[in-house]
Ligand binder design. Structure first.
Ligand SMILES: [Zn+2]
Ligand SMILES: [Zn+2]
Length: 312
């Protein structure tokens, strides 16, 4: 794999000697922290066991309530956050994003039919004033995130390949809708278009292009931290049930996606066993409508006919 994403995933899979002995500040596992190439001062590691983010010294990093970038606990460090007047988010630079996406994801995949299908599922979960658009990433890792505004989704072919039916796809997309509706996505991208000296961009050290790229990679690979990710599991489950899919199918999703984390492809779906347990309990509380959809065959027809990977 020669894409930028591929290079970054390779770097995730390599562990520097300094990280071998670090314990995860959340779950205590040694050697589970892998580097993520996002340009934060102090570096960024993600735990493959529990999904926690940490800096290079093993200190815990959680999403900042204001800018949603990984930040140290309050008072432990100066966190050069967005100034209050720069919130809420400015619109994302669309032209830059169009330019950047192929660089991050590999060549654009000619899969209009598949993109329309995924966009249709997103529309049913979150109808909006503009039609939903989907950018498919050419790669085998299960990755997904929404962009600010919630009408544009980035999703890998690997994600579609590993899921088993439409109810599971709906669950994965509903999780992203939860983060977007909470404003986390907008907050994270809010500072990326600003060319201010001494402000947010200089904190991230790289100019607009690099910062948008970092926000995208952060959202795909590290997500929002284990607490919010697990909370989103449950909120997404209810949303999926309300929209008419069978919520019981969601419990299988973490086990399908966790191997990606173990291989170093992000940490968002770590901790599968506990998450599956929570999802099963929650699904049992939701009254599945007799006609709730799984749509296995529909999904297979949409996804299965496509030669999924250009890359392994
Ligand atoms: Zn951990
Ligand atoms: Zn902040």
């Amino acid at each position: 794999m020669t894409t930028l994403l591929g290079t970054l995933l390779d770097s995730l899979r390599r562990r520097a000697p300094a990280e071998e002995n670090l314990a995860c500040p959340r779950c205590g596992t040694r050697g589970s922290l892998v580097p993520v190439e996002v340009s934060l001062p102090g570096g960024l590691l993600a735990c493959r066991s529990c999904g926690q983010a940490a800096d290079e010294t093993g200190r815990r990093l959680d999403p900042c309530p204001r800018c949603a970038w990984p930040s140290p606990p309050r008072g432990q460090d100066r966190h050069p956050c967005l100034p209050a007047e720069e919130l809420p988010s400015s619109p994302l630079d669309e032209a830059l994003l169009e330019d950047l996406l192929p660089e991050v994801t590999g060549r654009p995949v000619e899969t209009e039919r598949l993109e329309d299908y995924v966009a249709g599922v997103l529309e049913r979960l979150a109808p909006g004033p503009e039609p939903a658009r989907v950018h498919l990433l050419d790669g085998g890792e299960p990755l997904v995130c929404l962009l600010p505004g919630g009408r544009r989704l980035v999703c890998s072919l690997g994600m579609l390949a590993v899921l088993e039916d439409e109810a599971q796809l709906a669950f994965v997309l509903a999780r992203e809708v939860v983060f977007e509706e909470r404003g986390l996505v907008g907050k994270r991208f809010a500072g990326t278009g600003r060319e201010s000296r001494g402000g947010f961009l200089s904190f991230l050290r790289g100019g607009t292009r690099r910062t948008v790229r970092d926000a995208l990679l952060l959202s795909l690979l590290v997500g929002w931290g284990p607490d919010l990710e697990r909370e989103a599991d449950l909120l997404a489950l209810r949303r999926v049930a309300r929209a008419g899919w069978d919520p019981r199918r969601a419990a299988g999703v973490p086990a399908l996606l966790e191997p990606g984390a173990l291989e170093g492809a992000g940490s968002r779906f770590a901790g599968a066993a506990a998450r599956a347990r929570d999802l099963r309990e929650e699904a049992a509380l939701l009254v599945a409508r007799p006609a709730s959809r799984v749509n296995r065959e529909v999904y297979r027809r949409a996804v299965g006919g496509f030669a999924v990977f250009a890359t392994p």
